[in-house]
Ligand binder design. Structure first.
Ligand SMILES: C[S@@+](CC[C@H](N)C(=O)[O-])C[C@H]1O[C@@H](n2cnc3c(N)ncnc32)[C@H](O)[C@@H]1O
Length: 336
């Protein structure tokens, strides 16, 4: 490499690390309330500093970087929401932009532990993996997942109801978004929703809100290790593989052979990732967070999921690319 090439390459590495500063700017600008303040119309850094009760001078740099990244527009000295982004922030919370899930101090404190997690092989416990989270953290996480899953759940229910379903088990149900979407379309079906014990209050409340009491029941259990019943004609594992990983999935699939009726089906929904796991970048980033926050979770190409099914006694495997649940697949196997 020439000296000039080394300098250019070093610049590329600097750019990779600089992405952390970009994320900091975006999250901070959101957290102090700039996006919601701009719903009312364009404003200068001085005006926004006053409205958001922060230093206008420092805010200027944060706003410029956020604008340079394409998350704000800049017209002269005034900043504005990018056309159309009102729809993301008009509710005042930025939930639809996906920016309310965590606060930036917690977010960066966790990311700062990447090297430690690599060295110790011990994951950082978070609500999403069901570990030591308080009931309140679990409830917040599960509601967040629910909001984001509604459209995809209707699509998955429709696909699965191409065949009759009478008795469903939803393993790692979360609130039960998928199970209740299916029960609404199949009035004679019943479901068992299995999740960690401290999910009980929020799952039971959702069963009530969804109007499916009497047909849906919550069961507090570790479905990898503990009994969750039998006689089901459909088992659903939605967004579970990325959480528990290959070995626990294989163990669960082997157990499902005895929990399903002859001809029963298992449906696995998870995130699309390329066979070499290098893309798309959203999946790669998701895999990184699974490496931080779960013991053995990750992203698994649909072909690998199909292999798990074949290896554990399921055949006629079908793979569907989901449209409403963008970037996800549904792999369905039939008990042989
Ligand atoms: C990412 S959420 C998915 C929720 C829902 N299936 C969906 O797709 O919206 C994963 C859920 O699985 C639960 N979970 C993970 N491992 C579990 C286990 N071994 N036993 C019971 N629940 C588990 C977590 O508590 C969490 O609620």
């Amino acid at each position: 490499m020439t000296e000039a090439e080394i300098v250019a390459r070093r610049g590329a590495f600097d750019g990779g690390v600089g992405a952390a500063l970009d994320a900091m700017a975006l999250l901070s600008v959101h957290e102090v309330g700039v996006f919601t303040a701009l719903v009312e119309g364009p404003a200068t850094a001085a005006e926004l500093g006053q409205r958001c009760a922060v230093s206008p001078w420092r805010l200027g740099a944060f706003l410029d970087r956020t604008a340079a990244l394409g998350f704000l527009a800049k017209e002269g000295e005034r900043y504005a929401l990018v056309a159309g982004d009102q729809a993301l922030f008009a509710g005042g919370v930025g939930q639809r932009a996906g920016l309310t899930f965590t606060d930036s101090a917690t977010f960066f404190a966790r990311l700062a532990r990447g090297t430690e997690v690599l060295r110790t092989d011990v994951a950082i416990p978070v609500a999403g993996t069901g570990g030591d989270a308080t009931a309140e953290e679990r409830a917040r996480f599960l509601r967040h997942v629910h909001e984001r899953s509604l459209a995809g759940a209707a699509e998955v229910a429709k696909l699965l109801l191409a065949r009759p379903v009478t008795r469903l088990v939803d393993l790692g149900s979360g609130l039960g978004t998928y199970a209740t979407a299916l029960l609404r379309e199949a009035p004679a079906a019943t479901a068992v929703l299995v999740d960690r014990p401290n999910a009980a209050p929020v799952v039971e409340a959702h069963i009530h809100e969804a109007g499916v009491e009497g047909r849906a029941r919550f069961l507090a259990a570790d479905f990898v290790e503990e009994d969750f019943g039998e006689g089901f004609d459909l088992a659903l594992l939605s967004n579970i593989a990325h959480n528990i990983g290959a070995d626990a999935m294989l163990k669960t699939l082997r157990r499902l052979r005895h929990a399903l009726r002859p001809g029963g089906r298992v449906a696995i929904k998870d995130l699309v990732v390329d066979a070499d796991r290098l893309g798309p970048s959203s999946a790669g980033r998701f895999a990184l967070s699974m490496a931080l926050f779960t013991e053995r979770g990750g992203v698994f190409p649909a072909g690998e999921v199909a292999d798990w099914l074949e290896a554990t006694g399921f055949g006629d495997v079908e793979t569907h690319q989901l449209r409403d649940a963008a970037g996800s697949y549904l792999v369905v196997g039939h008990l042989r």
